[in-house]
Design a protein around this ligand. Structure first.
Ligand SMILES: C[S@@+](CC[C@H](N)C(=O)[O-])C[C@H]1O[C@@H](n2cnc3c(N)ncnc32)[C@H](O)[C@@H]1O
Length: 265
């Protein structure tokens, strides 16, 4: 059994209509739709996230296509987008601000920022080709023209970023969990591990690389905004300070340390 509202979401998906139109629907499901719905319910009972079954997740008021190659965009990541928007200077006619997102996944961060601020140009990097294909699909569906995508290798290396001009800001929600962290079983079983996990020996590995990019690629007085694991706020503050950057940690709506904002002097 699944909750009634989930059944309705799946039925609307099978019918190819919006959930808001389902109550007005009087036509019985045909044989094909009935068996499709039954299949989807079976998968849901086994714990497959609803978003992978419908192929969509809302993020910052827009629908993003998702499949099992990408992390399902999370509400707390909307908070990261909010933070970047609040840090950007107001648009200046004729001027473009340059940003870089490391680890774009579905593209939810870079594409949302690009749509909210057409004066930005954002390069979005990703090491998984399946994820890059999803981000590109979302860029096409949402008609975003001010993001480009860069395929990079799994081991981050600065030379891969060598061609980029100087940046005004960095943004990233990098893999930040270690196996010992408490993780819900359905997340662990169904979402891509390369999007979730970093090595236990060096949980702030990606932040160290992001600080290297801050140092070498970001303009003076530029900033970086990063999503973090709540238990790593202290280590990330120390890391940023040791590189001579200003740093502040902010909480998400659940009151957990979730965002690090790093500023270049
Ligand atoms: C936590 S997910 C975030 C996805 C998306 N930005 C979001 O917020 O929903 C991290 C992403 O980083 C990608 N990734 C992992 N290592 C990477 C690397 N070295 N360079 C670029 N992307 C990487 C993963 O494949 C995954 O898509």
């Amino acid at each position: 059994m699944i909750p009634p509202h989930e059944r309705r979401i799946l039925e609307a998906h099978v019918r190819g209509i919006k959930l808001s139109k389902l109550a007005l629907e009087t036509r019985e499901l045909n044989e094909y739709e009935t068996s499709q719905l039954r299949e989807l319910i079976k998968l849901r009972v086994r714990g497959v996230p609803l978003q992978y079954l419908t192929g969509t997740q809302a993020f910052y008021g827009r629908d993003f296509y998702v499949n099992t190659g990408v992390l399902i965009p999370r509400p707390e990541t909307e908070g990261l987008v909010e933070r970047v928007l609040s840090l950007l200077p107001p648009p200046v006619p004729g001027a473009r601000l340059r940003g870089l997102e490391l680890g774009t996944g579905s593209g939810c961060i870079a594409l949302t920022l690009a749509l909210e601020r057409p004066d930005l140009w954002i390069t979005a990097t990703e090491c998984e080709s399946a994820a890059l294909a999803v981000a590109e699909e979302n860029a096409a569906r949402l008609r975003v023209g001010n993001v480009d995508f860069l395929a990079v290798s799994e081991s981050p290396a600065e030379w891969q970023y060598g061609e980029l001009p100087e940046l005004d800001f960095l943004v990233s929600n990098p893999p930040y969990l270690v196996r010992a962290d408490a993780i819900a079983a359905d997340v662990l079983e169904h979402e891509p591990h390369q999007a979730l996990f970093v090595s236990e020996e060096d949980p702030i590995f990606f932040y160290r690389f992001l600080m290297d990019l801050m140092e070498h690629k970001v303009k003076a007085r530029g900033f970086g905004a990063f999503e973090i694991a709540e238990q790593r706020g202290g280590a990330i503050m120390e890391l940023a300070r040791s590189r001579g950057f200003g740093v502040e940690i902010f909480k998400d709506l659940a009151g957990r340390d979730r965002y690090a904002v790093v500023r270049k002097p």
